[in-house]
Design a protein around this ligand. Structure first.
Ligand SMILES: Cc1cc2nc3c(=O)[nH]c(=O)nc-3n(C[C@H](O)[C@H](O)[C@H](O)COP(=O)(O)O)c2cc1C
Length: 338
């Protein structure tokens, strides 16, 4: 029964070997992060949202925004915007660039995005949302997905209606984040809504929200019957979550990374970010990952209080080595004191 939840599923013509999907995460789901998720067994990864208007104005921006490599495939590229023509043109560019999936953002709650009529604002304008889906569908032949929230607010839960529109437009799968725009990221995600969407729609439903452990994902699948599970914050500083979920579903014990594996992965992540962005930007962007990686580790809070001052790769490397050496030393000593 549990192993059954590891079943493959399809998004249009795209075959996915398991139901685990990495969420689009602005400022986070870049190539290094996606590669680490993929390495741990995630079946489909996503870029952060990319502005459709920006893409149409400057196609070259795509090269900088979207570095990719064969090892991370299949890759979904998410676009956002409010103009159906621009969204269709951007989707076409994304297809020509070689993406495996194009995903439409209809759930971003950020004020700057919704004030322009994009993201979750489209949940308040279903004719426009439908027009976007229709135009994009006609413009591209690669698999098309749409990521939504349950509604704008608790009084306007319209995810089933949006799901039906998506289905009628020929969208290949719906991703449902079980919160309204108003709820932001705070409250508990509504998995019951995801169960309803799965029950009512014919297209595959990928559920999202609060999938932060193998046990949670197991409970989520049992409750919702969803086709896929999209993981966002649960993967921050924890790419091993994908492996652990797969192990759990295969009936084994989720294996946490050893200290050595953790240290090796952190250093490799740092190296990949410096290679991708150069030392200055790579290190600066990496520092937030370091805060997540060291959560729950002995001495972590003292370590994190110093991270902001580090600027070179070698400096960060020395501090990471020292941090893990200290943990190993204290573990060694505690063997003799017990
Ligand atoms: C820092 C951050 C950036 C995000 N960026 C995007 C984005 O670019 N596009 C998108 O559709 N959702 C974005 N989201 C929402 C996530 O994809 C996901 O729907 C949300 O975090 C809920 O899932 P979780 O509980 O697993 O984190 C972002 C969330 C966070 C926390």
């Amino acid at each position: 029964m549990i192993a059954d939840r590891l079943r493959a599923f399809k998004i249009g013509s795209l075959f996915l070997s398991n139901p685990l999907v990495l969420a689009p995460l602005a400022g986070i789901s870049d190539l290094p992060f996606r590669l680490l998720a993929k390495e741990q067994g995630c079946a489909l990864v996503h870029t952060e949202m990319v502005s459709a208007e920006g893409l149409v104005r400057n196609r070259k921006a795509l090269g900088g925004l979207m570095k990719s490599c064969p090892q991370e495939r299949p890759l979904g590229v998410q676009i956002f915007g409010s103009n159906p023509e621009s969204m269709a043109a951007a989707a076409k560019i994304v297809e020509e660039w070689g993406a495996d999936v194009v995903d439409l953002n209809m759930g971003c709650p950020v004020r700057k995005v919704v004030s322009g009529g994009s993201g979750a604002a489209l949940l308040k304008d279903l004719p426009k949302a439908g027009k976007i889906m229709d135009k994009v569908r006609k413009a591209v032949s690669i698999p098309l997905t749409v990521k939504i929230r349950t509604g704008w607010d608790e009084k306007s839960l319209n995810y089933l209606e949006v799901g039906r529109i998506a289905q009628e437009c020929g969208v290949d799968a719906l991703t449902l984040h079980g919160r309204t725009r108003r709820q932001g990221y705070g409250c508990k995600a509504d998995w019951e809504a995801i169960a309803q969407a799965k029950k009512q729609l014919r297209i595959p439903v990928i559920g999202n929200g609060d999938l932060t452990s193998p046990e949670a994902v197991s409970h989520f699948f049992a409750l919702t019957g969803a086709d896929g599970a999209m993981i966002g914050r649960g993967a921050l500083g924890n790419p091993w979550i994908f492996r652990q979920i797969l192990q759990f579903f295969r009936g084994g014990l989720p294996e946490p990374p050893s200290l050595e594996e953790k240290e090796e992965t952190i250093l490799r992540h740092l190296r990949m970010m410096v290679d991708a962005r150069g030392e200055k930007h790579g290190v600066r962007e990496f520092r937030k990952h370091l805060l997540w990686y060291t959560r729950g580790l002995r001495g972590g809070s003292e370590f994190r209080s110093r991270v902001a001052g580090w600027v070179t790769r070698s400096e960060v490397t020395v501090h990471i080595n020292g941090f893990f050496e200290k943990i190993r030393g204290s573990r060694f000593l505690s063997q003799f004191s017990s």
